[in-house]
Design a protein around this ligand. Structure first.
Ligand code: DP6
Length: 355
């Protein structure tokens, strides 16, 4: 006998960035953050988990390759799911079975003592320079929660894998609230705007480099927290205001305001990276050329019709609306012609919607 579940989770793009932890172990952030989840028709992670009393250990395959399950964050996530599953009230089991039945055709839940075999895949190339850990850990958390019948708030489980993963538990516009509690119980993600709210919004992902980044975001954050005084000011004073304004801009479908806030926040993150000692450089010449192109486009339109945001790497997320999408993509293709195969400097545009 075995229980099997398959689920998917979206990629999310941070508009107001998470940078800095107040607790490394529990992955609790110094500041709240805001992201948009991309449509799952385009980019997503898919996880299948099978639990069986016949398995003698947990196993994991990422994109078909077996990986060690000893990694500490994976262990923390698995432990957290099983801990919650063990607290499941017995009288709930029948009702939970009905819930699981609607997700999958299986009729049972796995007891938390059973070992799991997990296969996780992305429908976008790894090494495309996209953060796959957020959608991957979110998907893992959700799938295991279904398998073991864990209900209620699940983003706190995904967070144990990677901070940004908790935002991939929802579609649309999502806020991860930093929370106050030492155990992280209130450091959770909430959907602030549903998927269908702003269908005109578009995101292009421009892959500038598919090389592994030199400084991981975890390491970069650790360094910034230890050395940047700008970070302290950002976390406590600047982010609360940015968040409030960004949420208001989304609610009002105010693209110029939304896009301006996204650019400011991204530039602020990279300013903090420069203020970090020793400094961290995530952007390269191509990233900066993309920034210039976006500003030139806006100037020519005499209005903000495009924006950009960069995570801990040189790849650009270009924001725009349906009205400007093809014109902007044409300009991008003109100035940054796609280069093939093993060239380190190529750009690929993926039109993405968030509806
Ligand atoms: C720049 O979530 O990858 O993309 O919590 O250590 O796993 P860990 O870090 P991670 O950091 C993401 C940083 C960012 C901004 C963001 O996504 O908010």
């Amino acid at each position: 006998s075995s229980v099997r579940i398959t689920c998917t989770a979206p990629v999310n793009i941070a508009i107001i960035k998470y940078w800095g932890k107040r607790d490394e172990e529990l992955i609790l952030p110094l500041n709240s953050s805001l992201s948009i989840s991309l449509h799952q028709d385009q980019l997503k992670s898919t996880t299948t988990a099978v639990a069986s009393p016949a398995f003698s250990e947990d196993k994991l395959w990422l994109n078909g390759q077996e990986k060690s399950v000893q990694e500490s964050r994976l262990q923390a996530l698995l432990h957290e799911v099983r801990r919650r599953a063990a607290k499941r009230p017995l009288e709930d089991v029948q009702r939970e079975e009905e819930v699981v039945e609607s997700v999958n055709s299986e009729h049972r839940l796995a007891p938390p003592s059973w070992h799991v075999h997990i296969s996780s895949k992305n429908n976008f190339p790894t090494g495309a320079g996209l953060a796959s850990s957020a959608s991957g850990y979110a998907c893992l958390a959700f799938t295991l929660a279904q398998l073991f019948g864990v209900r209620g708030e699940l983003s706190g489980i995904a967070r144990r894998g990677s901070g940004s993963a908790c935002r991939s538990m929802y579609g649309g516009v999502v806020r991860w609230t930093h929370g106050e509690q030492a155990d992280g119980a209130d450091s959770i993600a909430v959907q602030v705007i549903p998927e269908s709210y702003w269908p005109e919004l578009r995101v292009f992902i421009l892959v500038v480099s598919d090389l592994q980044k030199a400084v991981s975001s975890s390491e970069g954050m650790r360094r910034s927290v230890a050395t940047s005084r700008l970070l302290q000011h950002r976390a406590t004073v600047l982010v609360p205001e940015l968040l409030r304004k960004a949420e208001a801009a989304v609610k009002a479908h105010d693209f110029p305001a939304f896009s301006q806030l996204a650019m400011c926040d991204s530039n602020q993150l990279h300013a903090i990276c420069l203020d970090t000692h020793p400094p961290i450089f995530y952007l390269n010449d191509t990233s900066r050329q993309i920034m210039r192109l976006v500003h030139a486009y806006n100037q020519a339109c005499a209005e903000i019709r495009a924006g950009y945001t960069f995570d801990a790497g040189p790849n650009a997320f270009v924001l725009t609306t349906a009205r400007d999408a093809s014109k902007l993509l044409g300009l991008i293709a003109h100035f940054f012609p796609p280069q093939t195969s093993n060239s380190k400097r190529y750009i690929r545009g993926l039109p993405l919607t968030t509806d």
